[in-house]
Design a protein around this ligand. Sequence first.
Ligand SMILES: Cc1ncc(COP(=O)(O)O)c(C=O)c1O
Length: 392
Amino acid sequence: MAFSSAIREAKVRKRPTKAQLLRIAPVPVTRPCTPPLEDLLPYLQDIWASSQLTNNAVNVRRLQEELQEYLGVSHVNLVANGTLGLLLALRALGISGEVITTPYTFVATTNAIVLAGATPVFADIDPETLNLSPEAVEARVTDQTQAILAVHSYGIPCDVEALQTIADRHGIPIIYDAAHCFGVEVGGRSLLDYGTCSILSFHATKVFNTFEGGAVVSSNPQLNQAIGQLANNGIVDEVNVNSVGLNAKMSELHAAIGLAQLPYVSGQIAQRLAIVEAYLEGLSDVQGLSFVQAKPDVIHNGYMFPIILGADYPVERDALYEILTKNGISARRYFYPIVADLPTYKRSSAIDFEEFVVARRAAEGVLCLPLFPGLDASIQDRIIEIVRNPLC
Ligand SMILES: Cc1ncc(COP(=O)(O)O)c(C=O)c1O
């Protein structure tokens, strides 16, 4: 069947109305954005016409250029997902020793370190940014330390200057897990420009998605070349393989989705930021609640809205989570538990269980409220009402 008739058929198929969906489905914590199907069609037609489905063909090259322009960075290496991007960066930098990292993250950050053959060494986080504390990092540096892998949680920048000073003093690279940071700027410059390289995730739940996908952003030509080769099984040319790589290439289909999504992303970020503003307006005066907020020189992307429940909030975090769930609203305890407390990582001898007081406190106090373009204002009002009065 031709694409256009397939799209027509999909449109006439009986689907529930928005009101029906809201009645039957709980409010999700996030809802992935998809471009109009018609926008995808020309890119798919190009793929079908060329028969080039992967291996750095026209859509991947086009998306790479458009993202470089949109993000204001010199080089984007597109990859199959953010986790593989982290792994490739570590491999390309030859990291196999200790890597100082945060326990307050999604487990992919730590998994990538272990899969690269290196050892995660956790350091505690800063209570304001919920990102790696530079003092805690400094205290963890030994002669075995080969890199710092920091995460800009929720798109809130790490203390990039302080971390860079530590890295420079010890002559080690900084890799930023910037999975949450699409479009974030600090001091008029892309946040992705800091450190040795930054990794983006284009997973379905992210601000910009290609369903699955990711990128390694770096201005270092040697590093970019190494990442490109490692992502293609270490292949240099028809007869030469110079490293043990893997297949981490983005396909033409995923790049096509990215090309169709990109024109909409600025509008979606604006919608996200308006929702964040409405949450802050509705919740700022609630006793016992605090917020993870970016400094004034940061242009944020509204990826998530984490609230932190303190001791004087009327109920504990898990109780609020249950109350919201009973009201058909999904919230997310993100990140919980901290990676250092996961059974897989508890077994690691590099971890001292008495540490990470700030990270554990954050993991037990944070709740991310629903936030996605298209979140209905009346539903957001209801969420705000419940969070303001959880016991009513
Ligand atoms: C902080 C963080 N790092 C890494 C990843 C992994 O990205 P991907 O799902 O694209 O592999 C994610 C994904 O959710 C993430 O949130």
